[in-house]
Ligand binder design. Structure first.
Ligand SMILES: NC(=O)c1ccc[n+]([C@@H]2O[C@H](COP(=O)([O-])OP(=O)(O)OC[C@H]3O[C@@H](n4cnc5c(N)ncnc54)[C@H](O)[C@@H]3O)[C@@H](O)[C@H]2O)c1
Length: 349
């Protein structure tokens, strides 16, 4: 068997399958390392050492709320791997007792192009999403007091991972608020927070307005397809907003705020709130830049307006986290290699 680490010699290509249990076991409790990995990946991407074409959205006439997204990418540096995440979003799954999102990630060897691993990737995707949210909250609050009151707007699996990553990277909160259209989701999340010993005070808010007005850091993780938060006066205390679900805020709120994204071309697509703001104004003047720009050259973030970070979510992050999992599972000697996966290897038989 050959290994597919970037420094291996290539003889017979191998193919491994990494199930969710191994992925979770590898990533659990390593929040700080994963945030560092995501930071390094952003820096490589900002430096141009990546290929990250637009995501492809597969939609269905008979299932208008569902989609499957393909995120192909290539990342350089020490990570040096190519691949694709194939992630489904079927919101009706939640009522069936299944998570909304399911995914696989394929890793390809950069020298031969051979796929060498297929791994469960809903955990990788949630992990990298939470890591980039925690990372953004950290960078944008440097040089000022960290928010002490966090509000989670839409409390499914992604909100849970984001809380875990904030807590795992040394954030602590005096108050945690939450709001969800579903009472069952709100109760489930409250239970999770209580079990994790998260804060002195946990409040389930009756209205979106209450949650926003009482939070200095607001995390949007709903499944809204179009803006449902329109009232700028709710934001008059100028909170920091992690707009992870991308389509919650009206373009007017975007235009009245300081805006950062992870990648401009990616984020100004698919009717995200920043995309709607661009359509409304015909320009991108409302964008301050990317988180990568900010990390390379931090500037003072104005405190007299809300700060909104809208991350589209880059395939390069999935690759970086996936390769980390692959390397760790390999190091532990637990890689489940599918023998003889590539079979027709002699050109003339
Ligand atoms: N930007 C990124 O990189 C990235 C990555 C992963 C997921 N996401 C997004 O995160 C979001 C959440 O994903 P999830 O897996 O946690 O979904 P989920 O279905 O588990 O949870 C979503 C929750 O939002 C609630 N909700 C829906 N509309 C609402 C509204 N208008 N107001 C209040 N609550 C509302 C639902 O009741 C549900 O509890 C999705 O939109 C997903 O696309 C973004």
């Amino acid at each position: 068997m050959t290994s597919n680490s970037s420094n291996s010699s290539k003889t017979t290509p191998t193919f491994a399958v990494i199930p969710g249990g191994q992925v979770q076991q590898t990533l659990q409790g390593r929040e700080k390392q994963i945030v560092e990995l995501c930071e390094a990946t952003y820096r490589l991407h900002s430096a141009g050492d990546s290929v990250n074409p637009p995501s492809y959205f597969l939609r269905f006439p008979d299932l208008p709320t569902s989609r499957i997204i393909a995120l192909p990418a290539s990342i350089g540096g020490d990570i040096k791997v190519d691949g694709i995440k194939w992630i489904s979003s079927f919101p009706e799954n939640v009522a069936r007792g299944l998570p909304r999102a399911s995914a696989v990630l394929i890793l390809n060897d950069h020298d031969t192009g051979y796929p060498f691993a297929c791994m469960e990737s809903s955990i990788i995707s949630a992990t990298r999403t939470a890591a980039m949210a925690a990372m953004a909250a950290d960078w944008f609050s440097r040089g000022r007091q960290r928010p002490k009151r966090v509000g989670f707007f839409g409390v499914g699996l992604i909100a849970r991972y984001i809380h875990t990553f904030l807590a795992g990277t040394d954030w602590s909160f005096d108050e945690i608020g939450l709001f969800d259209l579903s009472a069952a989701s709100a109760a489930g999340y409250q239970g999770y927070l209580e079990r994790s010993g998260a804060a002195n005070k946990i409040t389930v808010h009756e209205s979106a307005e209450q949650l926003i007005r009482s939070s200095d850091l607001i995390v949007f993780a709903t499944i809204a397809g179009e803006p449902h938060v329109q009232d700028l006066s709710w934001f008059k205390h100028n909170p920091m907003v992690l707009h992870v679900s991308l389509r919650d805020l009206s373009p007017e709120i975007i235009l009245a705020s300081t805006n950062y994204v992870d990648d401009v071309e990616h984020c100004l697509k698919a009717n995200t709130s920043p995309h709607l703001a661009e359509q409304l104004t015909g320009n991108r003047d409302f964008l301050q830049g990317t988180l990568g720009d900010f990390m390379a050259k931090p500037v003072t973030v104005p405190t007299d307006r809300p700060l909104i970070y809208s991350p589209f979510g880059l395939g390069v992050l999935d690759l970086a986290v996936g390769k980390y999992v692959y390397d760790e599972v390999t190091r532990a000697g637990e890689l489940n290699v599918i023998e003889d996966f590539f079979h027709e290897l002699k050109r003339y038989g």
